[in-house]
Design a protein around this ligand. Sequence first.
Ligand code: FE
Ligand code: FE
Ligand code: ZN
Length: 294
Amino acid sequence: MNNLIIGSHVSFASSTQLLGSVEEALKYNANTFMFYTGSTQSTQRGTISDELTYKAFDLMLKNGINSDNVIVHAPYIINFANRVDEDKYKFYINFFAEELNRVKSLGMNKIVLHPGSAVNCSREDAIDNIAHALNLVFDMTEDVVVLLEFMAGKGNEVGKSIDELNSIIKLINKQDRIGVCIDTCHMNDAGVDISKFDEFLDEFDSIIGIHKIKCVHLNDSLNERESHKDRHANIGYGTIGFDNLINVAYNKRLEGIPFILETPYINRNTKDERAPYREEIEMIRNKKFIDFIQ
Ligand code: FE
Ligand code: FE
Ligand code: ZN
C-alpha cells in the first residue's frame, strides 16, 4: 500500500446527501471523493441536513477520509466570462457565494470551477470578468478555496493554458482563496503532452507556482492531443495511456494532493451499467493495468 490519495466523482442524492457520497466512495475503496451539491446543469439546490453531514463525518473519520482531500465541483452552468447580461452575471455571483457557504456547511473547503466561456466577448474581457466575479464572491464569503480547472479549450472555454489561468489568478485579491485543478484529459485535449508531464510542471511552477495545484482530475482521453474536444476515457483505454497516467499519479511534486477519477461508466445505457472506479483505483494503487472492460 502507498499513500496515494485517490477517489472518484460520486453522487450526492437529496435523500442521503453527504452520507450517501461517503458510502459510495467506500464501495470503491477510495480515500477521498468529489461531488456536486446538486445537479451539474442547474442552480436548483436543496437544504443541507446537518444530521446527515454529522453521520457522514463520523463514517469518514472511521475510514480515514480527511475532509481536506474532499472536493466539491460547481455546476457547469455558471459562466463568469461574459457580462452581456448583467442580471445573469449578478445571479451567478450570488449563487456561487451561496454555493461556497453550502460547501462550508458541509465541512468542506475546496470547490472546482470551470472558469467560463468567452461567448460574445474577447478573451481579455472574459479574464477580467471572471476575476471580478471571483473577487466579489471572496468578499462575500469565507475560507473556501476556489480551484480553477484547466480546460480542454472546447468552443470558447477560458483556462486552456497555464498562461490563461495565470492571467485570471494574478487579478485575484485574496490569493489564499484561489488554486488550480489540473485535468489530464483536458490538458491532453488542450495540447499538453502528458508523457512529458515533468516539463509541464516545470512550466507551471515558473509561471503560477506548483503550490497552487490542489487537485488532479485523473482521466484518460478519447481524443488526440490538441483536439479541444473534452471526452473522458477509462484509465488505460485512451490516447494518454496507463503508464503516463501512473507517472502523473505518482509524481513526487504532487504528493499528498487528491486525485479524482471522472472516467465514464461501463456499459452505459444498459442494465449492466456501473461505475469503473473500484477497479480503476485498484489498478492505480497496484500500478498494474487490468483489462476489466469487455
Ligand atoms: Fe470539471
Ligand atoms: Fe475535470
Ligand atoms: Zn472534462
